[in-house]
Design a protein around this ligand. Structure first.
Ligand SMILES: Nc1ncnc2c1ncn2[C@@H]1O[C@H](COP(=O)(O)OP(=O)(O)OP(=O)(O)O)[C@@H](O)[C@H]1O
Ligand SMILES: [Mg+2]
Length: 261
């Protein structure tokens, strides 16, 4: 059985950092094979994981489409795209990474988009855990390049603008024709002396389950500034300790937990 987690939120709230920390925590936990999906065209998930990104899927999409945008023909083409996707996977120590690349071009690539989504779906079936880092906003979801998911983690900081953005993202997520099992909100960079009351109230008003907060962590900040990997962080750094709780929460709430116990 598989657990899929997609991360969304306002720009700069810490989506990529959390995706990378989650991948480290899932890997440690030994839940099985982990696929990291970088769905942000300005991607830096590979960097945060300390690996070289493979060829972006977006390039395969562009080449898989004809100039007129008409459907490429034949099952052979579909198989060729699947092979390309397999080759685009970067194999790292304890997880694999796939990069989505840039967004849709000016023409309609609907057929190839669908093919890509289905191929990503097929690829995902080979993994126990899939963690997808997204761009700010939810455009990727509107483009339907995203599949059903068990957890949508909407990241906020202790700021009202990021909570308003989360509200919009959660509302949009409800309009999409995809299944989202748990809509959650995660407060990242929480101060050690707790949240201000207006922030706590605004978060409580969101139509989402709250998962454990992740604190402001100076070691994480330093790694972010230098473009380093989360695998260089100390084992007990507070943000990683908190993200291990998120992993426990996700595993406990998912059918995976039921299936394994
Ligand atoms: N818990 C934390 N403690 C300290 N610094 C953090 C924490 N989480 C994230 N940061 C820092 O905040 C900055 C932004 O984080 P990150 O790039 O993960 O955000 P993002 O939401 O992915 O941004 P974008 O929308 O541009 O993709 C980085 O420098 C990162 O190191
Ligand atoms: Mg990011």
């Amino acid at each position: 059985m598989k657990l899929s987690v997609a991360i969304a939120g306002k720009g700069g709230t810490g989506k990529t950092t959390l995706a990378a920390l989650l991948i480290r925590a899932f890997r440690e936990k030994g839940t099985g094979t982990v696929l990291a999906v970088d769905a942000d065209p300005n991607s830096n998930l590979a960097e945060a994981l300390g690996v070289e990104p493979g060829r972006p899927l977006g390039e395969i999409r562009e080449q898989g489409s004809t100039p007129e945008g008409s459907p490429p023909s034949g099952i052979g083409r579909a198989r060729a795209i699947e092979n390309e996707i397999q080759r685009a996977v970067t194999e790292a120590d304890g997880f694999d990474l796939i990069t989505m690349g840039r967004g849709e071009g000016p023409r309609c690539y609907c057929y190839v988009n669908n093919l890509l989504r289905e191929s990503l779906d097929t690829l995902s079936r080979n993994y126990e855990v899939v963690v997808m880092d997204n761009e700010a906003g939810m455009e990727h979801l509107s483009r339907r390049t995203t599949n059903n998911m068990d957890f949508l983690i909407t990241v906020v900081n202790p700021t009202l603008p990021s909570i308003r953005a989360a509200k919009r993202i959660l509302a949009l997520s409800r309009q999409l024709p995809i299944r989202i099992e748990h809509r959650t909100v995660l407060v990242n960079r929480a101060a050690s002396d707790g949240l201000r009351e207006e922030i706590t109230r605004a978060i409580a008003e969101l139509d989402a389950e709250r998962v454990p907060d992740v604190p402001q962590d100076d070691a994480v900040e330093r790694v972010g500034v230098s473009g380093g990997s989360v695998f260089t962080l100390p084992d007990q750094t507070p943000a990683l300790v908190a993200v291990r709780n998120t992993v426990e929460t996700a595993l406990a709430a998912s059918s995976m937990a039921g299936g394994r116990e």
